[in-house]
Design a protein around this ligand. Structure first.
Ligand code: N2P
Length: 348
């Protein structure tokens, strides 16, 4: 009797013992979700959201693969190119599409995409580009080229490289005229040499993962960084006293999608589906992008996107620019080649 009363009181107070499944554990890039959206999900679902953040795909994969993450988190938000690899490593479980009616809201480009046929494991979250964010006040004549990182005679000011393997090696591959998804060992090694030389240059101020680079530029402590468009756009607004800008180098750049997936041993699989379906709602999708300033993959959300964002070519590049962007893809067994080259670049 006493314990029943006690349990009743706990429910009343919203306190739930571990193992009761009333939590949703989300693992996501930092600065990537509106806290109000989480609060709304909590009140609608009755689930308490535990938020865990990461800054790079390498960090995320290590956590999921080797540090118990696959049984700790219910939803992970990861780059599209991680899906084939994580599925093959059995780190993910298939989605139950009957619990995801809002999947129909996604734009056709994100329905059965090449990285995940049939959306077996993933539903799109946001998409964006890799580019250069810089302080225009300090570098008014910046040449919009990857050469400002990789060509000693064209390096200017101070810069931060991105601690994200495929983005930083991809930029070097593109500068060399190769595919950002190259699986040619000589090409990838040459890209590694370029990144290493950039790292050793007197203009370089090291590597930063995730939001680190944009934070340094926004604080005025470096002139330029390799960053993602949405992070750059938020910094441009927040540090309005500085004249900051984001450019896609003329040699071209990379395009990515981030997606939601459920780890293989997620504690709350039903809650995970509820969360994914909630994010795929048209209204929630619009709020998400209006907060993040990343582009929405949700067609039904488009009418709710702020008009200035919708018309901003940094968020929704015109077709001519899109043709210059390469969609990042999983490189299958060649991931090892990238890992080796990247480890050497970071270690030296
Ligand atoms: C959020 C950035 C996530 C985009 N800060 C990386 N794909």
């Amino acid at each position: 009797m006493k314990s029943a009363l006690c349990a009743g009181l706990f429910v009343l107070l919203g306190v739930v013992a571990p193992g009761m499944g009333a939590e949703l554990n989300l693992y996501i890039w930092s600065e990537y979700i509106d806290p109000d959206i989480l609060r709304d999900f909590e009140s609608q679902s009755g689930l308490h959201v535990n938020l865990s953040l990461y800054e790079s795909s390498e960090e995320m994969l290590a956590k999921i693969q080797y540090a118990g993450g696959a049984s700790q988190y219910d939803v992970v938000v990861v780059s599209n190119m991680m899906i084939p690899l994580m599925a093959q490593l059995e780190l993910l479980q298939p989605l139950d599409s009957t619990q995801l009616p809002n999947l129909a809201n996604l734009d056709s480009a994100f329905i059965s995409p090449s990285y995940d046929p049939g959306n077996r494991y993933s539903a799109a979250y946001q998409w964006g580009t890799v580019g250069l964010m810089y302080n225009r006040g300090r570098l008014p004549q910046l040449d919009p080229s990857w050469g400002v990182l990789f060509e000693p005679t064209r390096q200017v000011g101070s810069f931060i490289l991105i601690d994200e393997m495929r983005d930083q090696l991809g930029a070097a591959l593109i500068y060399l005229g190769h595919s950002a998804n190259s699986v040619d060992a000589e090409q990838v090694k040459a890209a590694g040499q370029l990144v290493l030389a950039a790292k050793k240059s007197r203009h370089a101020r090291g590597f930063e993962a995730g939001v680190g680079g944009k934070n340094r530029v926004a604080a005025g402590t470096v002139d330029m960084a390799v960053v993602w468009n949405g992070d750059a756009l938020r910094a441009i607004d927040e540090a309005a006293e500085l004249d900051l800008a984001y450019v896609l180098p003329r040699e071209g750049s990379m395009l990515w999608a981030d997606v939601m997936a459920i780890p293989g041993k997620a504690p709350n699989v039903d809650g995970a589906h509820q969360f994914i379906n909630f994010i795929l709602d048209a209204d929630v999708g619009a709020r998400l992008s209006n907060y993040n300033q990343y582009a929405t993959p949700n067609r039904a959300a488009l009418p709710g996107i702020d008009a200035t964002d919708r018309g901003n070519p940094v968020l929704y590049p015109p077709a001519t620019v899109m043709r210059q962007l390469q969609y990042q893809q999983d490189v299958g067994e060649h991931a090892r080649l990238y890992d080796e080259v990247w480890t050497a670049v970071k270690a030296r």
